[in-house]
Write a protein that binds this ligand. Structure first.
Ligand code: FPP
Ligand code: MG
Length: 477
């Protein structure tokens, strides 16, 4: 980390002064309408930070991460539903089902906060901004909804977007292709590349970043649909789960459909680094689930002598790897992808900051989730406490308790399958410092996330990201 500190110290000062007067003629003629996605400047929002008062003992009000982006998050969810139309109404219903109940939208929030906290800093920011404004440069909101193939190639019937998707009823006749339009010429690269980068002012989001926020939520929801089949969950957030409402087969297919629509939208972003990052998250989610199904808590019997002699260590390794794959990967790579879309290049620190933050925040988030399974019941979780143990999972609190109570070992090994195992394990955790130690570990990851973003220039979004690290540990939403 230390080697980045000099660059970071200077980020808040000088402004990269390139302007857009050099964009192509075509772009100059065009109205800059796409930046309708531009949120109210941070300073105008009700949660903006008041000027500091040296004499006051009252700590300054810090922006609430959700309040800062409520309009964007609401709009994002509404527009996302348009992406999910299909010729088969049941499929549409399943795909939309989990979007219709209020959720934390933590992953889109992360994408949007990182966009705000870093837009303007990356070497290619001006290019990205130009692409968001220039017709034909493929970064405008309207263009993100266009299919990659020609409209007469049947690929996807979405009744919400009937003008560029087709139904299957007409006889196909050959339509010769039209010569492609000349792509617009990007503006010359700013010459003052060596000046210290600064945040875009006023702060705004690119259409590609808003779409990325939708994509990460679609992938997350697809994984929940599959997860509820695997876990045989009857409830999610206190309402009947998708498998309870539609059955297992349709739920799995609904998840696959979401992934299909997310993949098409992802390729439309036109950034292969982002495609690779997000596609690898889908693989990570599956790997994490497989790891959880097969390994967590299942220690090789010869290592199983004692938690302090190898067995516990091996279980922790598997548990933390699974936690990264299942939970933190989407946050880390989603945050990183948002910064890439904002023009951050290799050799710049910004996307590394995003990844390190998301990875630590994600692990902290999952550790706290695992604690809640011991502390809370249906009222807070929308599912009964002890669900993880009933699924055979030894999470942080049980693994720490094992170090203090060797009797936990055999229970973990047989995945809490015998009558009374779940109750005994809960009791052992209660009589140990497992919950406190897991919370300490979550706090350490959250602190690391907060430390990481100190490399970013000051902004409301940065403060909101700091607040988020505290919220995740306290779980106050
Ligand atoms: C919730 O876990 C589930 C996940 C975080 C990921 C599940 C991943 C898969 C099922 C792999 C398939 C992935 C895709 C993209 C189709 P949890 O059971 O701990 O949390 P819960 O209490 O919310 O159910
Ligand atoms: Mg589950």
């Amino acid at each position: 980390m230390r080697r980045w500190s000099t660059a970071a110290a200077s980020t808040t000062r000088l402004s990269r002064s390139s302007d857009l007067t050099s964009v192509t003629r075509r772009c100059i003629r065009q109205k800059y309408s796409v930046l309708a996605a531009r949120p109210a400047p941070v300073a105008e929002q009700t949660t903006s930070i008041p000027p500091s008062d040296a004499t006051s003992t009252v700590p300054p009000l810090r922006p609430d991460p959700y309040t800062l982006l409520t309009p964007q998050l609401n709009q994002l969810r509404d527009r996302l539903l348009n992406l999910l139309g299909s010729a088969h109404p049941t499929l549409t219903d399943i795909a939309k089902y989990y979007f219709l109940h209020p959720s934390k939208q933590l992953r889109p929030l992360l994408v949007l906060l990182f966009s705000h906290a870093t837009n303007g800093l990356g070497r290619d920011w001006e290019l990205k901004k130009w692409a968001a404004e220039c017709e034909g440069a493929r970064g405008r909101a309207e263009e993100l909804d266009q299919p990659l193939s020609r409209p007469d190639v049947l690929n996807d019937w979405n009744p919400n977007m009937p003008d560029h998707t087709s139904s299957f009823d007409s006889v196909f006749s050959l339509i010769p292709p039209r010569p492609p339009l000349e792509p617009p010429v990007p503006p010359p690269h700013p010459s003052n590349i060596h000046s210290a980068p600064s945040l875009a002012s006023p702060s705004f989001l690119l259409p590609t970043q808003l779409r990325l926020a939708q994509i990460v939520e679609m992938i997350h929801v697809a994984s929940l649909l599959h997860d509820d089949v695997i876990d045989s969950s009857d409830l999610r957030r206190g309402v009947p789960s998708a498998p309870a409402a539609f059955g297992n087969k349709l739920t799995i297919l609904g998840g696959d459909f979401l992934l299909g629509r997310a993949s098409a939208a992802l390729s439309r972003l036109g950034e292969s680094e982002v495609t690779e990052l997000i596609a690898s998250v889908i693989a990570n989610l599956v790997e994490g689930e497989i790891l959880q199904l097969s390994k967590v808590g299942q220690v090789q019997s010869e290592k199983m002598v004692d938690a302090r002699v190898g067995g516990g260590k091996e279980s922790w390794n598997v548990y933390l790897r699974k936690t990264y794959l299942k939970t933190a990967s989407l946050m880390a790579k989603g945050a990183r992808a948002s910064v890439v879309l904002g023009g951050s290049k290799e050799g710049e620190v910004w996307k590394e900051v995003a990844y390190a933050y998301g990875r630590n925040l994600g692990i902290a988030f999952q550790l706290v989730d695992d604690i809640l399974d011991y502390e809370a019941g249906e009222a807070t979780l929308g599912k009964p406490g002890g669900a993880d143990l009933r699924l055979g999972l030894a999470t942080g609190p049980a693994l720490y308790a094992w170090e203090e109570h060797p009797e936990m070992g055999p229970l973990i090994m047989r995945k809490f399958e015998k009558d009374g195992d779940v109750e005994l394990a809960r009791d052992l955790v209660r009589r140990s410092s497992g919950v406190e130690r897991t919370r300490d570990l979550a706090r350490a990851h959250a602190d690391k996330a907060k430390e990481t973003i100190q490399l970013l220039p000051d902004s409301d979004a940065k403060i909101a990201l700091e607040v988020l690290t505290e919220r995740v540990v306290k779980r106050t939403w």
